[in-house]
Design a protein around this ligand. Structure first.
Ligand code: NAP
Length: 227
């Protein structure tokens, strides 16, 4: 058993999620920002890769006081559990997601992670160990499910999302496509990694729900399941 997994991200009209320097850029506008905040508030956990933590230092908190209050009224913490997929325990102890806001944090590491870095993070977060040299995403999701996490959102980046897509671990893919072109063959995209070679392996999506927003569009796709 694993949680229901929603991928949410913003990309440019040419399919890039940041610049080739992997610098955080604002692609969406205020309305989409509020949509994402509400989506986040409805989750049990938010997941990012260590690349995103090192590049963007996100806090991953719910920003709207009303949404946080709504969560409290349901007996939940202000923020969903914040999870970093970080095989070698490289998350800086001063990272915003470890310091800002209340609620549980999880650092998912591999068995080969340096022991002293893992122990330092244990003071700040729950540590889940899986995989020899790289986090085993299937095992991590099973573990998070055992902890009661039923709805989980993955925010990126492209390398981690490839890990989720390539293992068939995505149920829903939401993307804001913004009215900008970023360019660059080395700029990250929503699914980097190796990529599929054979058409039969492609992740297939149902026809999307399309909503205009902030001069761009939100595409909401459900992943097709073979019956
Ligand atoms: P990332 O996807 O955030 O993190 C990748 C890292 O995750 C890997 O290098 C790997 O490092 C770790 N990882 C551990 N287990 C894994 C597994 N099983 N499969 C895949 N990865 C695994 O980093 P990124 O690709 O460099 O993306 C960062 C960029 O994305 C930044 O530029 C950021 O601004 C952008 N971004 C954009 C958006 C958006 O909505 N536009 C959202 C998020 C991020 P270890 O093996 O060392 O653990």
């Amino acid at each position: 058993m694993r949680p229901y997994v929603t991928v949410n991200l913003a990309m440019s009209a040419d399919g890039k999620i940041s610049t080739r320097e992997r610098r955080q850029v604002r692609i969406s506008g205020d309305r989409d920002y509020r949509r994402v905040d509400a989506l986040k508030a409805g989750q049990d956990a938010i997941v990012v890769g260590i690349g995103t933590v090192l590049a963007d230092n996100p806090s991953l908190t719910v920003k709207s006081p009303a949404l946080r209050e709504g969560r409290r009224n349901e007996g939940k913490a202000d923020n969903p559990v914040r999870v970093v997929v970080d095989s070698q325990a490289r998350t800086p102890p001063g990272a915003d997601l470890l310091r800002k806001g209340t609620g549980e944090r999880v650092i998912a590491v591999a068995e080969s992670a340096p022991r002293e870095r893992v122990e330092r993070l244990r003071d700040l977060a729950t540590v889940i160990v899986s995989g020899a040299d790289q986090v085993d995403l299937d095992q991590l999701l099973r573990e998070l499910h055992r902890k009661g996490i039923r709805r989980l959102m993955v925010e990126g980046g492209g390398t981690l999302l490839w890990g989720f897509f390539s293992r068939g671990l995505v149920d829903e893919f939401c993307t804001f496509v913004g009215p900008v072109v970023i360019g660059g063959k080395d700029s990250p995209t929503p699914a980097d990694g190796e990529g599929f070679l054979l058409e039969r392996d492609f992740v297939r999506l149902e026809p999307p729900v399309v909503t205009e927003c902030d001069g761009g569009v939100i595409l909401r796709w459900l992943v097709k399941r073979d019956n």
